[in-house]
Design a protein around this ligand. Structure first.
Ligand SMILES: [Zn+2]
Length: 182
């Protein structure tokens, strides 16, 4: 059993996973669940968030290469990294980790070859675009913070603090649709 995460590490993971969930919601992909772990998994994961609909990355690899859904999928991959930059002014594990790899692979699948310049520009543009999406509507950072707070407040069951999609959606919509501007 690996060591338990510190409070700061848990906060970082909660923001990261909540950002994935809020972008799934924003792009109408639905949320299956979002969860964070109290200690590192064998595969290195600290949390997980899943959409209800078809995996967003699959659009980049289909024969049709549906550009907009593929781009939205890449933005969902990059949501955790973007949220840290916007909400915590931090650049966590930006150039490593499975999100970055998935974003890179999907951008390569979308773009023309033979070189990777276009894919690199595409991925980096979509990271900036994700940051601006989160920054551009003040409800989105609030929704990410609210969902992260709810994740952190969950009692761990077998080391997992989990929120099902319906509850996550309620929390996000509570902030985005029903809260007063202050
Ligand atoms: Zn992630």
């Amino acid at each position: 059993m690996s060591r338990q995460f510190t409070k700061e590490e848990m906060d970082e993971t909660a923001i990261h996973e909540a950002a994935h969930a809020v972008l799934f919601w924003h792009f109408d992909m639905g949320i299956e669940y979002t969860e964070i772990y109290v200690s590192k998994r064998e595969d290195g994961r600290r949390g997980a968030t899943s959409p209800k609909k078809k995996g967003p990355g699959s659009f980049c690899h289909d024969e049709l290469k549906e550009t907009v859904p593929c781009m939205e999928g890449i933005m969902v991959h990059l949501a955790g990294i973007a949220a840290h930059r916007v909400l915590r002014s931090k650049v966590p594990q930006t150039k490593s980790g499975s999100d970055w790899e998935k974003a890179t692979t999907d951008a390569q699948a979308l773009c023309y070859r033979p070189d990777d310049d276009e894919a690199t520009l595409c991925r980096d543009w979509l990271l900036k675009r994700t940051e601006n999406l989160i920054r551009g509507w003040d409800k989105l950072p609030k929704a990410i913070e609210a969902l992260a707070k709810a994740l952190l407040a969950k009692k761990p069951v077998d080391g997992v603090q989990r929120i099902e999609g319906s509850e996550a959606t309620r929390i996000i919509e509570g902030v985005c649709y029903y809260s007063q501007d202050d």
